[in-house]
Design a protein around this ligand. Sequence first.
Ligand code: AMP
Length: 425
Amino acid sequence: MKILVVGSGGREHAICWALHHTSTDHPQLFCAPGNAGIAQVAQCVPVKAGDGQNLASFVEKSGIDLTMVGPEAPLAEGIVELFEQRGLKIVGPTSAAARLESSKAFAKDFMRRHSIPTARYRVATRFDEAKQILNSGEFGDAGNRFVIKADGLAAGKGVFVAADRPQALIAVDELRNGAAGPEAARKIVIEEALTGPEVSVLLFSDGKHYRLMPAARDHKRIGERDTGPNTGGMGTITDASIIDPTALDRVTREIIEPTLQGCLDEGFPFRGILFIGLMLTPGGPKVLEYNVRFGDPETQSILVRLQTNLAEIFAAMSTGGLGKLTIDWSPDASACVVLAARGYPGRPDTGTMIEGIERAAQHEAVVVFHAATTAAGGNWLTAGGRVLGVTATGPHLDVALKRCYGAVSEINWDGMQYRRDIGRS
Ligand code: AMP
């Protein structure tokens, strides 16, 4: 079997790694465009993730059986329809289903239509209208927290959790000044601020049937104790303590099943990976956001626990056969610590030599996923903001974290930064 994975980060490395490690007859793997670390398990193809036509041509030419898309942008742009029109098998939601991620206003209205619990909200189509809503008192007094979100895809730069109204008004000005890019802030979503622990629940869906993955928790801020600017994610854990069975049962009944049924009823069955960002509030679990693909770095900590053949899962997702498949996970806990370059999440230093990757990878139950590296003259060099995701499993979270940080201590480069409190704050 030949499989193409589209994307180039730590998530795509984890997908390729799991495709290889969960099967005995190892599928032949391709990754477009991939990165130097991914090249250890897959043949990298120099076609950009956003270049759907050329990806489809490559798939036809090379006889690829199945394509899996990592990032959200190609899904929102309709790569799934494009492949299907050319008769090619691809795993992922159509652009209609991808609106759950590509438009926060669409997602909120969808949740309202299907009575799915989420924060109260209003959508503004002008910046002054957003300010009027904030000043109206509808979402609390001036001293309350407010949440301001750009509607469109903004690579994590479109959400502001403001401590009070003056900060919220500044956030609106920042969006007006292009903080989330020119397109994303055409609409602005204003939400009540919720409180409670956050959980990420991911699932495989074939449109009708679904299978849950182990719940994960991520750490988005660059600094320890959740300080400093937001990033794409500085680390994640999976552990039974993240969500208890009663709460998970409630999430299933009140959120997951109505979401998948809502997609079916509205004519865009959700086929792909659905990632639901939740807050466990005192009033019950509520949806913060939908993503329509694997998370990065949640995927790294989730897929190291997968025991069922991932290629078989993807094949079942594309044919509607997921209902017949049992998916097994190791009972372990897991952790992924992201090692980032100096300057991240702003402009990172690149081209710096990295030491110790091979030594780290020899540690027990550790996998080092590459998010942005190049190889030159027998050395690994940094090639982006988030560079590596050091991932470990263990019978308890403490063990997984200890193994993870033990491996991290082997790796070094000038300017390397990471959080020492993953799984603890
Ligand atoms: P989102 O991209 O919509 O998940 O938002 C990014 C982060 O902002 C979430 O992980 C939360 O930490 C925070 N956030 C989003 N919406 C809310 C809300 N309504 N109340 C409190 N925090 C929120």
